[in-house]
Design a protein around this ligand. Structure first.
Ligand SMILES: Nc1ncnc2c1ncn2[C@@H]1O[C@H](COP(=O)(O)OP(=O)(O)OP(=O)(O)O)[C@@H](O)[C@H]1O
Length: 311
């Protein structure tokens, strides 16, 4: 798959001396949904703002379809749309004018048909005459997306698209993003909600302290780094992990009803067979067994906190 956006050796030091990005390289594939995960202050917004031409990098370059952002400014600007974190619209303007005006800002000719299609696609058609101040939070967010798409870009950046929205609206946003991808738009989103990345992303990048510390297909990342947990529901509850089971580092849960064993499912020996044998030798009865794959959240926490522990 060819890269629609390439980031090369990107570094950003703000005037305050904060090094927000420390040499980041990243290729975004055409037509993918890429989720950028990272804790507060990791550098996500800085990266997006550089890719969208709002912030100037200290070093490095951004190529849009192989063409340099800085030297080919007009080209890059028409190809990229940004839905920023903050909702920024004129409260007294109508939905229709808000979106049409945005198209005009990009030098695109007026095209009522295109705006109509866009508003219908985002379920905003009925609201086209409403002033922004009368819209619900969810509708406002849709207008922000319509604004970002008004000049027909093929790369859409969404900075924290569902921050602070309720679950129903979040699902609604996910559907919109999936629809956009289906129609060929490349999507790059930042999120604090790991569930969001787990649900939607094709690939995931984890950024911490200005560096990309992991980047992979979501499924590969989960398979490679994921651990599994075996839960053993005991026939009779116990007060502590029974003696003789020390080597498995079991954790007792559910008021003594459950023994949990974390294992690496890719390892040659998982330790499960020997654990089951030992349970039987110790006459510890169980009535149920289940395994759970660690989530992207578990992996994220592991990645972001591991270097700190090691230091
Ligand atoms: N305009 C600025 N001037 C000085 N420092 C800045 C500026 N913008 C961001 N920073 C700093 O750069 C670092 C990265 O910030 P950035 O907003 O890119 O992170 P983020 O990952 O988007 O965080 P959040 O999730 O909190 O938005 C932080 O330490 C932040 O304080």
């Amino acid at each position: 798959m060819s890269a629609i956006l390439s980031i090369r050796g990107l570094r950003k030091s703000y005037a305050t001396g904060v090094e927000a990005l420390k040499s980041v390289d990243l290729d975004i594939n055409r037509g993918e949904i890429f989720a950028l995960l990272g804790p507060n202050g990791a550098g996500k917004t800085t990266m997006i703002n550089i890719a969208c031409g709002i912030v100037t990098p200290t070093e490095g370059e951004v190529l849009v379809d192989g063409r340099n952002w800085q030297t080919d400014y007009r080209h890059a600007r028409t190809r990229i749309g940004l839905v920023p974190q903050e909702l920024s619209t004129d409260a007294f303007e109508s939905v229709w004018n808000t979106v049409s005006f945005s198209r005009g800002l990009f030098g695109k000719p007026r095209d009522a048909g295109k705006i109509e299609t866009l508003l219908k696609r985002l379920s905003l058609w009925d609201k086209r005459k409403s002033e922004m101040r009368f819209l619900s939070g969810g509708m406002k967010r849709r207008v922000m997306i319509a604004k970002a798409l008004s000049h027909e870009p093929d790369i859409l950046f969404l900075d924290e698209p569902t921050a602070g929205v309720d679950v129903e609206l979040r699902r609604d946003m996910w559907d919109i993003v999936r629809d956009l991808r289906r129609d060929g738009t490349t999507i790059i989103l930042t999120t604090h909600y790991i569930e969001e990345a787990e649900e939607m992303a094709d690939r995931v990048g984890v950024i911490s302290k200005g560096q990309l510390i992991a980047i992979d297909e979501k499924k590969a990342l989960m398979a490679k780094m994921g651990r599994k947990t075996l839960k053993i529901t005991l026939s009779d509850p116990v007060e502590a992990v029974p003696a003789g089971l020390e080597e498995w580092n079991l954790v007792l849960e559910d008021d003594g009803h459950q023994l949990c064993y974390a294992f690496d499912s890719n390892a040659e020996r998982t330790g499960i067979a020997s654990l089951m044998r030992r349970l039987s030798e110790l006459h510890i009865g169980y009535k149920d067994l289940s395994t759970r794959q660690s989530s992207l959240e578990d992996i994220f926490v592991q990645l972001v906190h591991a270097p700190e522990k090691a230091a």
